[in-house]
Ligand binder design. Structure first.
Ligand SMILES: NC(=O)c1ccc[n+]([C@@H]2O[C@H](COP(=O)([O-])OP(=O)(O)OC[C@H]3O[C@@H](n4cnc5c(N)ncnc54)[C@H](OP(=O)(O)O)[C@@H]3O)[C@@H](O)[C@H]2O)c1
Length: 276
C-alpha cells in the first residue's frame, strides 16, 4: 500500500503481471479437462453435488469422505459416466496427520492438485449455555481445524507446483446470526474460515487463488432443521431452501478459468436470506 502519491510513482519490478493464458470463449473457460479437484465431504449434500459438477466439466476428482462410504461407489460411477479418473479417500479432516497423508496420496495418484474444495463441516446447533465443551470442541475441530489442516497441506502442494486454487465452504452464518435457533459456536466457526480464507488469498497471491462460498439454507442433512424450517422459508426472498443442483455452477465458476481474476471473494448464495 502506498502512503503518498510520491510512493506510488515507484515502479515495482514485475508489475503489471501478465494476463493469464486462458481461452477467450467463456464456455471453454469452464472446461476442467485435465484438472485435478479434491472435494471434502463429498459423499453427500453440497460436496457430492460439487464433485458431480467437477466431473461433468471433465475434471479428475478425489472424493474425500469421513463416515459415508457411498463416496466409493459414486467415484466409480463418476469415472465411468464421464470418462475421468475418480477415487475416494477416507479422511477425518479434524486429524492433521490423516489430512497430510491423504494430500500426499492424491498427489501420488493424480500427480498434482489444481483445486482443493474444503467443504466438510458439521453443526451441533445449541445456545452456548446449553452446549458442552466437547460439543464446542467437536465443531471447532471439524469446521476450523479441518479447514486449516486442508489449507496448510494443500497449500504446500500449491506452493511447490506454483499454482493452485482453494475454495472454502463457509456459510451465511459467518455473516449473520441465525434465528430462531441460537448456534453461536457454529456461526463463529464459519466466520473464522471466511476470514482465514481471505487472509490466505493474500498470503498465497504469488501461486494460488482462494475464494469462499457462503451458502444459505440448502436442502441437505445440514439444511434447516425442524425448528428453523419455517423461518428459513420466511427469511429467504425465494421462500424456500436451495437445491444442491443450484450451487454447482458457483463452485464450477470458482474452480475454473472463468474466475481467474477472482481471489479473496466471499460469495453468498442464499436465495436472498441475508437481504433484510
Ligand atoms: N446445507 C446448508 O444449509 C448449509 C448452509 C451453509 C453452509 N453449509 C456448509 O456446507 C458444507 C456441506 O454441508 P451439507 O449441507 O452438504 O451437509 P452434509 O450432507 O451433512 O455434508 C457434511 C459433510 O461433512 C463431512 N464431514 C463431517 N465431519 C467430518 C470429518 N470429521 N472429516 C471429514 N468430513 C467430515 C461429512 O462426511 P461423512 O458423511 O462422510 O461423515 C459430510 O459429507 C458444510 O461445511 C456446511 O457447514 C451448509
Amino acid at each position: 500500500m502506498s502512503m503518498t502519491t510520491d510512493d506510488c510513482t515507484v515502479v515495482r519490478e514485475g508489475f503489471p503481471r501478465p494476463f493469464p493464458d486462458t481461452p477467450s470463449k467463456v464456455l471453454e473457460q469452464f472446461r476442467l479437462h485435465g484438472k485435478v479437484v479434491v472435494v471434502t465431504g463429498a459423499a453427500d449434500g453440497i460436496g457430492l453435488a460439487v464433485a458431480d459438477a467437477m466431473a461433468e466439466a471433465g475434471a479428475n476428482v478425489a472424493l474425500w469422505y469421513n463416515s459415508n462410504d457411498a463416496a466409493v461407489q459414486r467415484s466409480q460411477e463418476l469415472a465411468r459416466e464421464y470418462s475421468i479418473k475418480a477415487l475416494a479417500y477416507k479422511v477425518d479432516v479434524s486429524d492433521a496427520a490423516q489430512v497430510q497423508k491423504a494430500v500426499s496420496e492424491v498427489v501420488h495418484d493424480f500427480q498434482k492438485i489444481d483445486v482443493f474444495i474444503a467443504n466438510a463441516g458439521m453443526s451441533i446447533s445449541k445456545p452456548i449455555l446449553e452446549q458442552t465443551l466437547d460439543e464446542y470442541r467437536k465443531q471447532m475441530s471439524v469446521n476450523v481445524d479441518g479447514v486449516v489442516f486442508c489449507a496448510k497441506y494443500a497449500g504446500e502442494i500449491f506452493r511447490r507446483q506454483g499454482f493452485g486454487n482453494l475454495i472454502v465452504t463457509s456459510s451465511m452464518s459467518g455473516h449473520i446470526v441465525n434465528v430462531p435457533v441460537d448456534q453461536p459456536v457454529y456461526n463463529a466457526t464459519k466466520a473464522y474460515v471466511t476470514h482465514f480464507a481471505k487472509s490466505l488469498a493474500r498470503e498465497w497471491r504469488d501461486f494460488a487463488r482462494v475464494n469462499i462460498v457462503s451458502p444459505g439454507f440448502f436442502d441437505t442433512k445440514m439444511g434447516a432443521g425442524p425448528l428453523a424450517l419455517n423461518e428459513a422459508y420466511r427469511m429467504s426472498a425465494m421462500g424456500r431452501q436451495g437445491h444442491v443442483k443450484e450451487i454447482k455452477g458457483l463452485y464450477l465458476y470458482l474452480a475454473s478459468d472463468a474466475s481467474t481474476y477472482m481471489t479473496g471473494s466471499d460469495v453468498l448464495i442464499d436465495g436472498g436470506y441475508v437481504l433484510p
